[in-house]
Design a protein around this ligand. Structure first.
Ligand code: HEC
Length: 119
């Protein structure tokens, strides 16, 4: 028995699959994460992974959103009370740059609102 699939059907399916594939690609390249830690791979990632996953999981970072000041306060708090070591200024800047860029209050996963004007 020969199954007849109309051509327009095939192209609709093809478009569906292509769209899904493109969406997947888009989300992966939009925020690539480290499979070990879940941290966003971006400048400073290695430094943060090295220094910030020793005492607790990276989840505590990825589940938090703070501005630069908030991250600095958290680091100071850990240094004063939790035995976190001191960083040299470049390392600290790299860590703060990374955290405030990738784990700031708005997050990077959500694109900004489209702001469509309907009239
Ligand atoms: C020397 C151990 C140590 C290291 C290294 C460390 N932390 Fe922590 N951190 C802690 C402890 C202990 C807590 C409290 C955990 C808890 O409450 O379960 C904590 C809590 C946190 C919290 C939650 C704070 C809150 O207000 O609840 C965040 C966010 C955090 N750490 C981020 C980081 C970042 C970013 C780094 C790297 C710069 C880092 N930690 C490195 C020990 C450490």
């Amino acid at each position: 028995m020969k199954i007849h699939v109309p051509v327009h059907r095939i192209s609709a399916i093809t478009i569906c699959i292509l769209t899904a594939a493109l969406n997947m690609l888009g989300s992966v390249s939009g925020a690539e994460t480290d499979s070990d830690t879940g941290l966003v791979i971006a400048p400073g990632f290695e430094t943060v992974k090295l220094n910030c996953t020793v005492c607790h999981s990276a989840k505590i970072i990825t589940q938090n959103r703070m501005d630069r000041e908030g991250w600095l306060e958290t680091i100071r708090w850990m240094q004063e009370t939790q035995g976190l070591w001191q960083f040299n200024p470049e390392t600290e800047k790299e860590i703060l740059d990374y955290l405030s860029a990738n784990y700031r209050p708005e997050g990077i996963y959500r694109r900004p609102p489209l702001n469509v004007q309907w009239e």
